[in-house]
Design a protein around this ligand. Structure first.
Ligand SMILES: [Zn+2]
Length: 71
């Protein structure tokens, strides 16, 4: 996964073990990996504000690149 946005800024990853979302806080662009869940891609595409809520609610937690999900 590329860790740079098209604008050159670093992107920050959040995930829950199945879904991943990568956000650029500079321009607001984000990319997601739905893990085969059509609902998640629908939410990411149509309701990006819910992604921010899921991060605030800790349903999605920051992905540390040095310590990927151990599976
Ligand atoms: Zn950007």
């Amino acid at each position: 996964m590329n860790d740079k946005c098209k604008c050159g800024q670093r992107v920050y990853g959040y995930g829950d073990g199945i879904h991943e979302i990568w956000i650029c806080y500079k321009c607001g662009r984000f990319t997601g990996k739905a893990g085969g869940d059509p609902d998640f891609s629908m939410i990411a595409n149509n309701h990006p504000e819910l992604i921010m809520v899921m991060i605030q609610e800790k349903m999605l937690t920051p992905i540390d690149k040095k310590d990927k999900y151990g599976r």
